[in-house]
Design a protein around this ligand. Structure first.
Ligand code: MN
Length: 485
């Protein structure tokens, strides 16, 4: 299971811990009333609190607290009734306060657990250490002017949830599955939009290596702000290889913060890593501790939607889907909802197959996603209904689906207008079968002499004569009756 790196002197294994920063969905910031919307003009969403004017006082946004509780429950984690906001002191040009308000000793969410499924179908539980709330910093813009750096404070003070895992992942694939799973859960919960390109979810990647069989951890490095799953996997692989080379050449890996460069696929040092005590954390004197009541937590718990793991188990147990199909269908809430409408009262495996193969295939080819699918779930369901009651054959259904995808029309209307209804009238089928036999006496003799495969060829002939509208089972049966000797 582990990820072996062959060194000169030994085999090495990889240890990964992740800190995922997820921006909370909320109209206003964690401690001010400024808007949080993405893409606004620089410095247009900045209040006096965000700009750290002297004497301004932060006020906690209660909605952000609820969002953190909800996320903690979604991560199967302990919700701490008592938590404290602390000042994490450091200087940075885009941090006008001179400190970040974060949580340290008493985070709002404690130990949790996330289940991931790997490509080989195996399941692993990844232990989560904590989730704490904190403010985001502003943004320094270095590429607008050769000599100046510009600062945009729109993001300053926006609420982040930092989800910290234990160093409990051992392959890049596990790390990828973990981040995707967090993304899926926060999107189900609507606590974060999970949009990695816009930076509303990003990961700090802690990597270390150790000789195979060694216990304990060697020095780690932290690669900051990686904003795609693919980049994260590249950064992990690069760091793992680099660590092995450093240790094997007799050197020592330095604890440091590094940056990933997507153009080269490499990481480079940014600054030597601080220890927690370097930040001189202390409780923010402007903010009272957060005291939660059990009733408040229960109210949020009872309003939780069904989450992907639960949904997946239900799809497997009640609808008989495979683990793979269920996993694909529950990854996004929109897909799961769509599928449930299609499958309602119908054969769920057939529905899963149509959504995963036919619909996803067409959407991919057209560069669309399920939220703007030209084929509605109701219409796809109707199409499956037409197949199930033998109004149309599977072959015709594919044709109808293509028309639906182009026009968005109702399948019943398409079948009606184009005259695609399956021929079930046995007289009409018989005429087509007789015609096919009369037209092809040699092939008919072959069948009579026991060549069973030629029957398939005859079915094809009859289907062609009827433009695919004959019921293939009926055709097959009639041919066998007529050609048996
Ligand atoms: Mn952080």
């Amino acid at each position: 299971m582990s990820y072996l790196i062959k060194g000169e002197t030994a085999d090495w294994e990889l240890v990964i811990g992740l800190e995922v920063h997820a921006q909370v969905i909320s109209n206003s910031k964690l401690f001010s009333g400024s808007a949080t919307s993405f893409g606004a003009d620089p410095n247009s969403h900045v209040s006096l609190v965000d700009a750290a004017m002297p004497g301004m006082l932060p006020v906690i946004n209660a909605h952000c607290i609820d969002q953190a509780i909800k996320t903690g429950l979604g991560l199967n984690a302990v919700i701490n009734r008592h938590s404290v906001f602390e000042r994490k002191n450091y200087f940075y040009a885009d941090l006008p306060q001179g400190y970040q308000i974060s949580q340290f000793l008493h985070p709002i969410v404690g130990e949790g657990m996330l289940e991931i499924q790997l490509k080989d179908g195996s399941i692993r539980e990844i232990a989560i250490e904590r989730l704490h709330m904190e403010q985001d910093a502003g943004k320094s813009i270095h590429d607008k002017d050769p000599r100046r750096t510009y600062i945009d404070l729109n993001r300053a003070g926006v609420c982040l949830m930092e989800i910290v895992s234990h160093p409990a992942m051992y392959t890049p694939e596990e790390a990828a599955a973990y981040v995707r799973k967090i993304r899926s859960i926060v999107r189900y919960l609507e606590t974060c939009d999970g949009n990695m390109e816009e930076g509303s979810m990003r990961a700090d990647v802690n990597v270390s290596v150790r000789k195979f069989g060694e216990t304990g951890l060697r020095t780690r490095t932290e690669t900051k702000n990686v904003n795609s799953v693919r980049f994260m996997m590249q950064a992990i692989e690069f760091e793992a290889q680099r660590h092995v080379e450093v240790w094997e050449s007799g050197g020592e890996v330095k604890q440091e913060t590094r940056l990933f460069d997507p153009d080269t696929g490499e990481t480079r040092p940014m600054r030597s890593k601080e220890e927690a005590h370097d930040y001189r954390y202390f409780p923010d004197p402007d903010l009272l501790p957060v005291e939660l009541s059990e009733a408040q937590i229960d109210a949020i718990r009872s309003a939780m939607p069904e989450l992907p793991d639960e949904k997946k188990r239900r799809f497997m147990a009640e609808l008989g889907l495979s683990a793979y199909d269920a996993d694909v269908l529950v990854a996004e809430r929109e897909t799961a909802n769509y599928f449930e409408i299609v499958a309602k009262g119908r054969d769920a495996k057939v529905a899963a197959n149509w959504v995963i193969s036919n619909l996803f295939g067409a959407l991919n080819a057209a560069d669309k996603d399920i939220s703007n699918s030209p084929v509605s779930a109701q219409n796809l369901g109707k199409l499956l209904g037409l197949m199930a009651n033998e109004t149309i054959s599977g072959r015709i259904a594919k044709e109808v689906f293509e028309i639906m995808f182009e026009t968005g029309s109702d399948p019943e209307k398409i079948v009606q207008e184009k005259g695609l209804k399956q021929i079930t009238d046995s007289g009409a089928i018989e005429a087509a079968v007789d015609q096919a036999i009369a037209d092809n006496p040699d092939q008919a003799d072959e069948v009579r002499q026991g060549n069973g495969k030629a029957i398939g060829w005859f079915v094809g002939q009859v289907m062609q004569k009827t433009q695919g509208k004959a019921n293939p089972q009926a055709v097959n049966k009639m041919l066998r009756d007529k050609l048996s000797t």
